[in-house]
Design a protein around this ligand. Structure first.
Ligand code: NDP
Length: 246
Protein backbone atom coordinates (compact mmCIF):
# COMPACT_ATOMS: atom_id res chain seq x y z
CA UNK A 1 0.00 0.00 0.00
CA UNK A 2 1.25 3.50 -0.83
CA UNK A 3 2.63 5.42 2.15
CA UNK A 4 0.20 8.07 3.37
CA UNK A 5 1.34 11.70 3.50
CA UNK A 6 0.23 13.95 6.37
CA UNK A 7 0.61 17.54 7.49
CA UNK A 8 0.46 18.26 11.24
CA UNK A 9 0.55 21.95 12.11
CA UNK A 10 2.22 22.68 15.44
CA UNK A 11 3.80 19.23 15.31
CA UNK A 12 6.82 20.19 17.37
CA UNK A 13 5.19 20.41 20.78
CA UNK A 14 2.26 19.36 22.95
CA UNK A 15 -0.64 17.67 21.19
CA UNK A 16 0.83 18.11 17.71
CA UNK A 17 4.04 16.42 18.79
CA UNK A 18 2.11 13.41 20.07
CA UNK A 19 0.03 13.26 16.88
CA UNK A 20 3.12 13.41 14.64
CA UNK A 21 4.83 10.79 16.79
CA UNK A 22 1.85 8.45 16.38
CA UNK A 23 1.65 9.05 12.63
CA UNK A 24 5.37 8.57 11.93
CA UNK A 25 5.50 5.44 14.12
CA UNK A 26 2.69 4.05 11.96
CA UNK A 27 4.49 4.69 8.68
CA UNK A 28 2.72 7.91 7.75
CA UNK A 29 5.15 10.40 6.20
CA UNK A 30 4.49 13.54 8.22
CA UNK A 31 5.34 17.18 7.54
CA UNK A 32 5.35 19.10 10.80
CA UNK A 33 4.92 22.86 10.66
CA UNK A 34 5.89 25.49 13.22
CA UNK A 35 7.90 28.69 13.60
CA UNK A 36 10.72 27.42 15.83
CA UNK A 37 13.29 25.59 13.71
CA UNK A 38 15.18 24.08 16.65
CA UNK A 39 12.01 22.54 18.12
CA UNK A 40 10.95 21.19 14.75
CA UNK A 41 14.37 19.68 14.04
CA UNK A 42 14.51 18.06 17.48
CA UNK A 43 11.09 16.52 17.00
CA UNK A 44 11.92 15.18 13.54
CA UNK A 45 15.19 13.76 14.83
CA UNK A 46 13.19 11.76 17.33
CA UNK A 47 10.54 10.65 14.85
CA UNK A 48 13.06 9.43 12.26
CA UNK A 49 12.87 9.10 8.49
CA UNK A 50 9.08 9.55 8.22
CA UNK A 51 9.29 13.15 9.46
CA UNK A 52 10.07 16.39 7.65
CA UNK A 53 10.14 19.81 9.31
CA UNK A 54 8.85 22.96 7.66
CA UNK A 55 9.55 26.30 9.30
CA UNK A 56 6.54 28.42 8.47
CA UNK A 57 4.42 31.01 10.24
CA UNK A 58 0.84 30.03 9.49
CA UNK A 59 -0.32 33.63 9.81
CA UNK A 60 1.51 34.26 6.54
CA UNK A 61 -1.62 33.45 4.55
CA UNK A 62 -0.11 34.58 1.25
CA UNK A 63 2.63 31.96 1.63
CA UNK A 64 0.22 29.03 2.12
CA UNK A 65 -0.33 28.11 -1.57
CA UNK A 66 3.45 27.85 -2.06
CA UNK A 67 3.79 25.83 1.16
CA UNK A 68 1.22 23.31 -0.10
CA UNK A 69 2.70 23.25 -3.63
CA UNK A 70 6.14 22.46 -2.19
CA UNK A 71 4.73 19.50 -0.26
CA UNK A 72 2.90 18.19 -3.33
CA UNK A 73 5.95 18.56 -5.54
CA UNK A 74 7.96 16.53 -3.00
CA UNK A 75 5.46 13.77 -2.26
CA UNK A 76 2.81 13.98 -4.98
CA UNK A 77 -0.20 13.92 -2.64
CA UNK A 78 -1.61 14.87 0.77
CA UNK A 79 -3.78 12.30 2.52
CA UNK A 80 -4.18 13.84 5.96
CA UNK A 81 -4.26 17.39 7.31
CA UNK A 82 -4.32 17.96 11.07
CA UNK A 83 -5.03 21.60 11.89
CA UNK A 84 -3.59 21.58 15.40
CA UNK A 85 -1.50 24.77 15.79
CA UNK A 86 -3.14 27.29 18.05
CA UNK A 87 -2.48 30.01 20.58
CA UNK A 88 -4.24 31.18 23.72
CA UNK A 89 -4.06 34.11 26.10
CA UNK A 90 -5.60 34.63 29.52
CA UNK A 91 -7.05 38.09 30.09
CA UNK A 92 -10.27 39.49 31.49
CA UNK A 93 -12.73 40.57 28.82
CA UNK A 94 -12.20 44.29 29.41
CA UNK A 95 -8.43 43.94 29.09
CA UNK A 96 -8.48 42.17 25.74
CA UNK A 97 -7.47 44.62 23.03
CA UNK A 98 -8.73 44.51 19.46
CA UNK A 99 -5.19 43.48 18.47
CA UNK A 100 -5.21 40.58 20.98
CA UNK A 101 -8.54 39.37 19.67
CA UNK A 102 -7.47 39.66 16.05
CA UNK A 103 -4.12 37.91 16.66
CA UNK A 104 -5.79 34.88 18.22
CA UNK A 105 -8.53 34.66 15.61
CA UNK A 106 -5.98 35.08 12.83
CA UNK A 107 -3.76 32.25 14.08
CA UNK A 108 -6.51 29.87 15.18
CA UNK A 109 -9.07 30.46 12.43
CA UNK A 110 -7.81 32.32 9.36
CA UNK A 111 -4.77 30.10 8.97
CA UNK A 112 -6.91 26.95 9.38
CA UNK A 113 -9.28 28.20 6.69
CA UNK A 114 -6.53 29.11 4.21
CA UNK A 115 -4.50 25.95 4.73
CA UNK A 116 -7.60 23.74 4.54
CA UNK A 117 -8.71 25.41 1.33
CA UNK A 118 -5.34 24.87 -0.37
CA UNK A 119 -5.03 21.27 0.85
CA UNK A 120 -8.65 20.61 -0.18
CA UNK A 121 -7.74 21.48 -3.77
CA UNK A 122 -5.14 18.70 -3.69
CA UNK A 123 -7.50 16.23 -1.99
CA UNK A 124 -10.33 17.01 -4.42
CA UNK A 125 -8.02 16.16 -7.34
CA UNK A 126 -7.10 12.90 -5.57
CA UNK A 127 -10.77 12.23 -4.67
CA UNK A 128 -9.64 11.30 -1.16
CA UNK A 129 -8.34 12.76 2.06
CA UNK A 130 -9.07 13.36 5.70
CA UNK A 131 -8.93 16.58 7.69
CA UNK A 132 -8.86 16.65 11.49
CA UNK A 133 -9.30 19.99 13.24
CA UNK A 134 -8.45 20.56 16.89
CA UNK A 135 -10.92 22.73 18.78
CA UNK A 136 -11.37 22.78 22.57
CA UNK A 137 -14.02 22.35 25.22
CA UNK A 138 -13.81 26.17 25.39
CA UNK A 139 -15.91 26.17 22.21
CA UNK A 140 -19.00 25.10 24.14
CA UNK A 141 -18.35 25.89 27.80
CA UNK A 142 -17.69 29.17 29.52
CA UNK A 143 -14.08 29.13 30.66
CA UNK A 144 -12.77 32.25 32.43
CA UNK A 145 -10.54 34.76 30.61
CA UNK A 146 -10.39 33.13 27.18
CA UNK A 147 -12.89 35.09 25.10
CA UNK A 148 -10.91 35.21 21.85
CA UNK A 149 -9.78 31.61 22.22
CA UNK A 150 -13.37 30.45 22.83
CA UNK A 151 -14.59 32.36 19.78
CA UNK A 152 -11.83 30.85 17.67
CA UNK A 153 -12.57 27.29 18.77
CA UNK A 154 -16.33 27.68 18.15
CA UNK A 155 -15.41 28.88 14.67
CA UNK A 156 -13.29 25.76 14.13
CA UNK A 157 -16.24 23.53 14.98
CA UNK A 158 -18.55 25.48 12.64
CA UNK A 159 -15.95 25.28 9.87
CA UNK A 160 -15.63 21.53 10.45
CA UNK A 161 -19.32 20.97 9.73
CA UNK A 162 -19.34 23.35 6.76
CA UNK A 163 -16.20 21.79 5.28
CA UNK A 164 -17.59 18.30 5.81
CA UNK A 165 -20.79 19.13 3.93
CA UNK A 166 -18.86 20.65 1.02
CA UNK A 167 -16.12 18.04 0.81
CA UNK A 168 -17.67 14.72 1.81
CA UNK A 169 -19.38 14.21 -1.59
CA UNK A 170 -15.91 14.60 -3.11
CA UNK A 171 -14.38 11.78 -1.04
CA UNK A 172 -12.90 13.92 1.73
CA UNK A 173 -13.87 13.53 5.37
CA UNK A 174 -13.57 16.38 7.89
CA UNK A 175 -13.78 15.85 11.64
CA UNK A 176 -12.82 17.66 14.79
CA UNK A 177 -11.46 16.74 18.21
CA UNK A 178 -12.47 18.87 21.21
CA UNK A 179 -9.83 18.14 23.86
CA UNK A 180 -10.57 18.72 27.51
CA UNK A 181 -7.70 19.61 29.82
CA UNK A 182 -4.66 17.86 28.44
CA UNK A 183 -1.28 17.89 30.10
CA UNK A 184 0.83 20.15 27.80
CA UNK A 185 2.81 23.39 27.87
CA UNK A 186 -0.38 25.39 27.21
CA UNK A 187 -2.53 23.84 29.91
CA UNK A 188 -0.08 22.81 32.60
CA UNK A 189 1.42 26.30 32.91
CA UNK A 190 -2.05 27.77 33.39
CA UNK A 191 -3.14 25.18 35.94
CA UNK A 192 0.15 24.94 37.86
CA UNK A 193 -0.03 28.67 38.57
CA UNK A 194 -3.49 28.23 40.00
CA UNK A 195 -3.79 25.13 42.24
CA UNK A 196 -7.36 25.98 43.28
CA UNK A 197 -8.40 26.04 39.67
CA UNK A 198 -6.57 22.79 38.98
CA UNK A 199 -8.54 21.18 41.79
CA UNK A 200 -11.78 22.56 40.38
CA UNK A 201 -10.96 21.22 36.91
CA UNK A 202 -10.16 17.78 38.30
CA UNK A 203 -13.28 17.70 40.43
CA UNK A 204 -15.40 18.49 37.35
CA UNK A 205 -13.81 15.75 35.29
CA UNK A 206 -15.57 12.43 35.91
CA UNK A 207 -12.38 10.51 35.18
CA UNK A 208 -10.62 12.62 37.84
CA UNK A 209 -7.44 13.29 35.88
CA UNK A 210 -6.03 15.44 33.08
CA UNK A 211 -5.74 13.83 29.66
CA UNK A 212 -2.41 13.08 28.04
CA UNK A 213 -1.33 14.21 24.55
CA UNK A 214 -1.38 10.54 23.49
CA UNK A 215 -5.14 10.46 24.11
CA UNK A 216 -5.56 13.13 21.44
CA UNK A 217 -3.02 11.46 19.15
CA UNK A 218 -4.95 8.17 19.28
CA UNK A 219 -8.20 9.94 18.39
CA UNK A 220 -6.54 11.89 15.55
CA UNK A 221 -4.98 8.70 14.20
CA UNK A 222 -8.34 6.95 14.23
CA UNK A 223 -10.31 9.83 12.68
CA UNK A 224 -7.77 10.27 9.90
CA UNK A 225 -7.62 6.56 9.14
CA UNK A 226 -9.76 4.42 6.84
CA UNK A 227 -11.18 2.79 9.99
CA UNK A 228 -13.28 5.96 10.35
CA UNK A 229 -14.45 5.87 6.74
CA UNK A 230 -18.13 6.65 7.54
CA UNK A 231 -17.39 9.46 10.00
CA UNK A 232 -17.55 13.05 8.86
CA UNK A 233 -18.57 16.40 10.33
CA UNK A 234 -18.26 15.14 13.89
CA UNK A 235 -16.81 16.88 16.92
CA UNK A 236 -15.37 14.23 19.22
CA UNK A 237 -14.86 15.31 22.84
CA UNK A 238 -11.72 13.73 24.30
CA UNK A 239 -12.07 15.13 27.78
CA UNK A 240 -12.37 12.46 30.45
CA UNK A 241 -16.13 13.00 30.50
CA UNK A 242 -15.93 16.72 31.26
CA UNK A 243 -18.58 17.61 28.69
CA UNK A 244 -21.23 15.13 29.86
CA UNK A 245 -21.71 16.90 33.20
CA UNK A 246 -22.31 15.10 36.46
P1 NDP B 1 1.49 24.18 22.41
O1 NDP B 1 1.66 25.62 22.76
O2 NDP B 1 2.29 23.15 23.11
O3 NDP B 1 1.74 24.00 20.85
C1 NDP B 1 1.24 24.89 19.90
C2 NDP B 1 1.92 24.59 18.60
O4 NDP B 1 1.41 25.49 17.59
C3 NDP B 1 3.42 24.79 18.65
O5 NDP B 1 4.04 23.69 18.01
C4 NDP B 1 3.64 26.07 17.86
O6 NDP B 1 4.89 26.00 17.20
C5 NDP B 1 2.49 26.05 16.86
N1 NDP B 1 2.14 27.38 16.42
C6 NDP B 1 1.57 28.39 17.16
N2 NDP B 1 1.43 29.48 16.38
C7 NDP B 1 1.88 29.16 15.15
C8 NDP B 1 2.02 29.88 13.93
N3 NDP B 1 1.63 31.15 13.80
N4 NDP B 1 2.56 29.25 12.86
C9 NDP B 1 2.97 27.97 12.96
N5 NDP B 1 2.88 27.24 14.08
C10 NDP B 1 2.34 27.84 15.16
O7 NDP B 1 -0.08 23.90 22.55
P2 NDP B 1 -0.91 22.56 22.75
O8 NDP B 1 -0.20 21.39 22.17
O9 NDP B 1 -1.39 22.50 24.12
O10 NDP B 1 -2.19 22.87 21.84
C11 NDP B 1 -2.32 22.37 20.52
C12 NDP B 1 -3.75 22.60 20.06
O11 NDP B 1 -4.65 21.94 20.94
C13 NDP B 1 -4.16 24.07 20.06
O12 NDP B 1 -4.97 24.33 18.94
C14 NDP B 1 -4.96 24.20 21.34
O13 NDP B 1 -5.90 25.23 21.25
C15 NDP B 1 -5.62 22.85 21.41
N6 NDP B 1 -6.04 22.47 22.77
C16 NDP B 1 -5.13 22.21 23.76
C17 NDP B 1 -5.55 21.83 25.02
C18 NDP B 1 -4.61 21.50 26.12
O14 NDP B 1 -5.09 21.19 27.22
N7 NDP B 1 -3.32 21.52 25.90
C19 NDP B 1 -6.98 21.73 25.33
C20 NDP B 1 -7.84 22.03 24.24
C21 NDP B 1 -7.37 22.37 23.01
P3 NDP B 1 5.95 27.26 17.18
O15 NDP B 1 5.97 27.78 18.58
O16 NDP B 1 7.21 26.64 16.69
O17 NDP B 1 5.35 28.20 16.20
Amino acid sequence: MEQKIAIVTGGSSGLGYAIAKKFTANNIYTFIIGRDKANLDNACKEFGANCEAIVFDLTNLKGIPELVNNIVSKKGRIDILVNNAGINMKKNLVEVTDEDFQRILFTNVNSVFSLSREVAKVMIAQKSGSVVNISSMASQYGIPQVIAYSASKSAIEGMTRAMAVDLSPLGIRVNCIAPGFIFTRMSSAALDNDPARKQKVLSRTPMGKLGMPEDIANAAYYLSSDEASYLTGTVVPVDGGNSIGF
